[in-house]
Design a protein around this ligand. Structure first.
Ligand code: COS
Length: 385
């Protein structure tokens, strides 16, 4: 399908595909097996300016948006979603600064992210606050010209590897969600340590780690937006990043479908390639149809976000929900086509299935996405929209 991509978008897509095919594919199984953070590949991507895709030119980026980011994430995920999410999570960690940061914060941090000199990470989730984002307990107590952070963040993608962390913490715990604020915390700040490194089902090349704040002092100038705006910063950040998870899911599904298609040509049973059996053909046809529908939704919503539209929660939740459910189904069906071989680590589809699962969980579970979509529908109806 022709999505009428611009020349620049085609260049980004080609670049991401080249890095994925040439640099990531040969090592993806090893990265998965060893649960190794892909620093060499990250550096290669940095040299190719990929980390600047979504950052405005005035801050050293390429000036693209959600669409350009989606194209890159999709291509990387087609080969290895673990590497892709390490790239995408840096964008997630940067969105609070991009959307709400002061000019000084943008000048200080965005060029470092754009050049790939520093990775970023987003820290909202805690041991007792996942779907219920307003239930966080990490505090940031004002003290003179500083804030003092205490608490633990959990399952932070790029944790330990990133230099720049956008952290949501309570400046006024009595006010609950309205007492939350967002902060930039740099790696190396005294009182900021890394806890447990998670061992995961999938996306095993990526780093997922606890962040531990113990009387961690940061300057007051590191607050993003204003005190009390942390929940809004977090929600708007997730609104912007969810199409990226959709793109990740589309990429995983595409990779799995290509593997299944190739295998079905070469595998002979009952004297003929299994691709000649209608049972296999129908699985392939459903895969292709669902992937194209998911891709069309992601691209359409990404363009909607890039149009500057303000009210994007419903659409971006859809762009995460549908593709991630598609990725799960497609990867399971791809394993079915490969049969016993699909279940073995010699073929990449079992990894793709493991990688797909997280897209239904992180950046808001798919149950939360359905809540967001339904609530937005009801709100719009009440407003007569
Ligand atoms: N943009 C702007 N404002 C938003 C918003 C958004 N996307 N979502 C919510 N708000 C506002 C609401 O308008 C409301 O403001 P008012 O009280 O002034 O009307 C306020 O924030 C609270 O909203 P709500 O009552 O819907 O909050 P809830 O505590 O019920 O939670 C959900 C809302 C469940 C949607 C939120 O907690 C969420 O997204 N959870 C998932 C978190 C997540 O994705 N975690 C993954 C970890 S990060 S990788």
């Amino acid at each position: 399908m022709d999505y009428f991509l611009t020349e620049e978008q085609l260049m980004i897509k080609d670049l991401a595909r080249r890095i994925a095919e040439e640099r990531i594919k040969p090592v993806r199984a090893e990265l998965d097996e060893k649960e190794e953070f892909p620093w060499n590949i990250i550096q290669e991507m940095a040299k190719s300016d990929m980390f600047g895709i979504f950052i405005p030119e005035e801050f050293g980026g390429l000036g693209g948006g959600c669409m350009e980011l989606a194209l890159a994430v999709e291509e990387l995920s087609r080969v290895c979603s673990g590497v892709a999410i390490s790239f995408a999570a840096s964008a997630l960690g940067t969105f609070p600064i991009l959307l709400f940061g002061s000019q000084e914060q943008k000048e200080k941090y965005l060029p470092k992210v754009a050049s790939g000199q520093s990775l970023a990470a987003f820290a909202l989730t805690e041991p007792d606050a996942g779907s219920d984002a307003a239930g966080i307990k990490t505090t940031a107590k004002p003290d003179g010209e500083e804030y003092v952070l205490n608490g633990t963040k959990q399952w932070i993608t790029n944790g330990g590897e990133a230099d720049i962390y956008s952290v949501i913490a309570l400046t006024n715990p009595a006010k609950g969600m309205r007492g939350a604020s967002a902060f930039i915390v740099e790696k190396g700040t005294p009182g900021f340590d890394f806890g447990k490194k998670e061992k995961k089902l999938g996306i095993r090349a990526s780093a997922t780690r606890e962040l531990v704040f113990s009387d961690c002092r940061i300057p007051k100038s590191n607050i993003i937006a204003k005190e009390g705006m942390g929940f809004i910063v977090a929600m708007k950040t997730l609104d912007s990043s969810r199409p990226g998870i959709g793109a990740q899911a589309v990429g995983i599904a595409q990779g799995a479908m290509e593997e299944a298609l190739a295998y079905s040509h070469q595998r002979v049973q009952f004297g003929q390639p299994i691709s000649s059996f209608q049972a296999v053909q129908h699985l392939l046809a459903d895969m292709a149809t669902q992937i194209e529908a998911a891709r069309a939704l992601v691209y359409c919503v990404a363009r909607f976000v890039d149009s500057g539209a303000k009210d994007i929660s419903q659409e971006t939740a859809m762009a995460k929900l549908f593709p991630s459910d598609v990725a799960m189904k497609v990867t399971i069906d791809a394993i079915q086509i490969l049969g016993g071989y699909g279940y073995m680590r010699d073929y990449p589809v079992e990894k793709m299935m493991r990688d797909a699962k997280i897209t239904q969980i992180y950046e808001g579970t798919n149950q939360i996405q359905r809540n967001v979509i339904a609530l937005e529908m009801l709100k719009k109806r009440a407003k007569g929209k």
